[in-house]
Ligand binder design. Structure first.
Ligand code: SAM
Ligand code: CA
Length: 229
């Protein structure tokens, strides 16, 4: 597999996958990874090593109700659905249903579709709609955000209202291919906006006393935030 992450050594990444990740990866996830591999946007899918960390977090907090922003073909969604209990629920949001449908037959075969409420939409209005109902306030255990970087701060404010105290939100791509640490002039034009939003987002997260954070240099950088207040 191509080194999708920030780890400099391809061999070391391969070692990590083969030793610790692939032996535990569930069959439906392997299948979904295979189906996604031929898609032109395949690199968007969550890497299996990042998936392993997400599954660990879900288990550690016994997550039952979760939110997923950015589904694509559904690797992290299926992983969540396979990890939470049978009566668990996932609100899964993506503005593109077509890519979700690529993974849907595998989700169905794995018998976890009943845990998923897929909503084809921009994510912000869906979060606003959830917040209109009081019963959704502080009701979710976990959220995974892997969509448009421009809106991460807005997602953060809304998710902190939806998450229980002690709940966890994980943000993906928070090291933006390592470009956050490079001078702007050395960065390709099409990567500049993402770099800018990611730098601003990381600064705000680091200063946000409502959450405990851990910035993990796994995949493209993952920030784990636990709601404290
Ligand atoms: N987590 C996914 C996985 O494991 O394969 C990968 C998600 S992919 C990196 C990003 C997804 O976010 C795309 O499918 C895209 O359609 C969706 N997206 C981008 N901007 C969005 C928005 N504003 N609202 C909802 N979905 C959005
Ligand atoms: Ca991502």
């Amino acid at each position: 597999m191509e080194n999708k992450g920030l780890l400099q050594s391809r061999e070391l990444y391969q070692y990590l996958l083969e030793t610790s990740v692939y032996p535990h990866e569930l069959q439906p996830l392997k299948e979904l990874r295979d189906v996604t591999a031929s898609h032109p946007w395949a690199t968007m899918a969550t890497a299996p090593d990042a998936g392993q960390l997400i599954a660990m977090l879900l288990k550690l907090i016994s997550a039952k109700k979760t939110i997923e922003i950015g589904v694509f073909t559904g690797y992290s969604l299926l992983l969540t659905a396979l990890t939470i209990p049978d009566d668990g629920r996932i609100v899964a949001i993506d503005q593109n249903r077509d890519t979700y449908e690529i993974g849907l037959p595998i989700i169905r075969k794995a018998a976890v579709e009943h845990k998923i409420d897929f909503i084809e939409s921009e994510a912000l209005p869906v979060l606003d709609k959830l917040l209109e109902e009081n019963l959704n306030h502080e009701a979710f255990d976990f959220a995974f955000v892997d969509a448009d970087k421009l809106n991460y701060l807005k997602y953060h404010e809304k998710l902190l209202k939806l998450l229980k105290l002690g709940g966890i939100v994980v943000y993906d791509n928070t090291l933006w291919g390592g470009l956050v640490a490079l001078p702007e002039e050395s960065v390709a034009e099409e990567m500049k906006a993402g770099r800018h939003f990611t730098i601003e987002f990381n600064k705000l997260l680091a200063a946000d006393t409502r959450v405990q954070i851990s910035q993990v240099p796994l995949g493209d950088g993952i920030t784990i935030c636990k709601r404290l207040h």
